[in-house]
Design a protein around this ligand. Structure first.
Ligand code: TYD
Length: 142
């Protein structure tokens, strides 16, 4: 199991029911396994040049998200402005909490990679921090 060192993050464990030959069912509920009310979901797949593509490279001012790698694998790099950590996501039962003010970057995608994200609020571009220097200033204040 991965240990998270950065602030505003953590491992989110789903419940799993594995049954042969029926298959495996993974579940999580809002305000239980998922530590917020889910207002939005999105998923990412078909990353054609997985080893050359970088996604993310931003933080959020107030939105929380949980990210899962449902299939394949990719590298998630986290940075709270102080501590940095890089982990390979490949286990669909273990998501990573992306709390506010946490810089995240996704890279090294396998071609079969499928990523699911649950978010605490609707999409709003003004809520993103996309400039790393500004992010460091934003994290330092308050
Ligand atoms: P972007 O934030 O650049 O993706 P990533 O962080 O994975 O690199 O988003 C790609 C596009 O999708 C951008 O035009 C914004 C849009 N988008 C939505 O419309 N809704 C959403 O929930 C998200 C996450 C993105």
């Amino acid at each position: 199991m991965t240990r998270i060192k950065v602030k505003n993050s953590g491992i989110i464990k789903l419940k799993v029911r594995r049954k042969f030959p029926k298959g495996s069912l993974f579940s999580g509920e809002a305000l239980r396994e998922i530590p917020f009310k889910i207002k939005r979901i999105y998923f990412i797949r078909d990353i054609a040049e997985g080893r050359r593509i970088i996604r993310g490279n931003h933080a959020h001012k107030r939105i929380s998200q949980v990210i899962f790698c449902l299939h394949g694998n990719f590298r998630l790099t986290l940075d709270d402005g102080d501590t940095k950590q890089s982990i390979m996501l490949k286990n669909p039962t273990e998501g990573v909490l992306l709390g506010p003010k946490l810089w995240m970057r996704m890279s090294d995608f396998s071609l079969d990679c499928v990523i699911l994200v649950l978010a605490s609020d609707y999409y709003e571009e003004d809520e993103y921090l996309r400039d790393y220097k500004y992010f460091l200033k934003f994290v330092a204040k308050k």
